[in-house]
Design a protein around this ligand. Structure first.
Ligand code: NAP
Ligand code: ZN
Ligand code: ZN
Length: 352
């Protein structure tokens, strides 16, 4: 065991504070990583502030982890000491169920589902897991990703480990590409990556935002059009025209405003997980047009590697604002006001 510095939420009410956690000695298949940067996901906020059920405190959030490999077990083949490496939202799963066998570990059907990088074993069956707001982590190589980007881009790579894969997976599953009109709703951490990735996949991309000052940004990120979603006159010309809409909004809102924009047989995928439910969508709006509302959870390990390799090849990273670990609560407060362009990333040197 190695005592490791970390930042933890103690109870959902008080600010996060420094805490020492134990990291296991690397086993034969384990990789030890010195964490250099960790992205700040809205899921960290939902968890740290106790908005979701089943949080085990103390909780060390953080699942957008990049760093340098410092030790590997004898059976590890994926990375070697000195390599850059990433860890996303999962650190284990059953490995044998149909979903795990298909490389969709996020949908593990085993008795304990997948193990989150933080707040894992939330059914109480095992020890809690502690995430990337820490100086180092030890992870089975199956859940370690290789990083092909230049080292100078590393901080902007961190958010790909959640925001990147959570938007990539549904874009790929619903076959977004040339000839498809795609909407991205909510231009935050996930949404800004959704715009970049859908654009890189060749789709016609329309960004929907509630923040007037983000319209020009969305065009700069790669959107072909940007719409103020609370302005009915701006929404109207898009009715019945979308093949696919990726909705990343972290708060309850009127889904009908967006299902109205889908074509016949179009799908809107929800990835945001608000603290309180959305108002129930209109069934009529779905029936007339055979439209679908679906959900999607992060992404499996093979598709996470595929996304990282695609981003390295196309020079894609996240637009970030670097913070010190000690500034995390202020960052959460700003995130709640949609005031982040477009992902906070913690410089872990501030903890060490
Ligand atoms: P974020 O950076 O806070 O972005 C959310 C965006 O939603 C905001 O920037 C804002 O964009 C928009 N928004 C916020 N409040 C709104 C409101 N009341 N009405 C309409 N739009 C609003 O959050 P994130 O990190 O991208 O995460 C988004 C959600 O996805 C969170 O609930 C998170 O827990 C969830 N998540 C899910 C998965 C998954 O696997 N499904 C993975 C990661 C995260 P505009 O300013 O452009 O309107
Ligand atoms: Zn996340
Ligand atoms: Zn499984």
């Amino acid at each position: 065991m190695t005592a490791t510095r970390a930042f933890a939420a103690q109870n959902g009410q008080t600010p996060l504070a420094e805490m020492s956690i134990d990291r296991r000695a690397p086993g034969p298949k384990d990789v030890a990583i010195d964490i250099l940067y960790c992205g700040v996901c809205h899921s960290d906020l939902h968890t740290a502030r106790g908005e979701w059920n089943g949080v085990r405190f103390p909780c060390v959030p953080g699942h957008e982890i990049v760093g340098r490999v410092t030790a590997v077990g004898g059976d590890v083949t994926k990375v070697k000491v000195g390599d850059l490496a990433g860890v996303g939202c999962m650190v284990d799963s059953c490995r044998t169920c149909p979903s795990c066998q298909e490389g969709l570990e996020q949908y593990c059907e085993g008795p304990h589902s997948f193990q989150g990088t933080y707040n894992g074993w939330n059914d109480g069956s095992g020890e809690n897991t502690y995430g990337g707001y820490s100086a180092a982590i030890v992870v089975d190589e199956h859940f370690v990703l290789t990083v092909g980007h230049d080292e100078t881009d590393l901080a902007g790579v961190a958010p790909l480990l959640c925001a990147g894969i959570t938007t990539w997976s549904p874009l790929r599953h619903w076959q977004v590409g040339p000839g498809k009109k795609v909407g991205v709703v909510g231009i935050g951490g996930l949404g800004h990556m959704g715009v970049k990735l859908a654009h890189a996949l060749g789709a016609h991309v329309v960004a929907f935002t509630t923040s007037a000052d983000k319209k020009q940004d969305a065009l700069d990120l790669g959107a072909d059009e940007a719409v103020l979603s609370r302005d009915r006159a701006e929404m109207k010309p898009h009715r019945g025209s979308f093949d696919f809409i990726l909705n990343t909004v972290a708060a309850p809102h009127d889904l009908d405003a967006f299902t109205a924009l889908l074509k016949r047989d179009g799908t809107m995928v929800l990835v945001g997980v608000p603290e309180h439910p959305h108002p129930s969508p209109s069934v009529g709006a779905l029936i007339f047009g055979r439209k679908a509302i679906a959900g999607s959870l992060i992404g499996g390990i093979p598709e996470t590697q595929e996304m990282l390799d695609f981003c390295a090849e196309h020079g894609i990273t996240s637009d970030i604002e670097m913070i010190r670990m000690q500034e995390i609560d202020t960052a959460y407060d700003r995130m709640l006001k949609s005031d982040v362009k477009y992902r906070f990333v913690i410089d872990m040197a501030s903890l060490k």
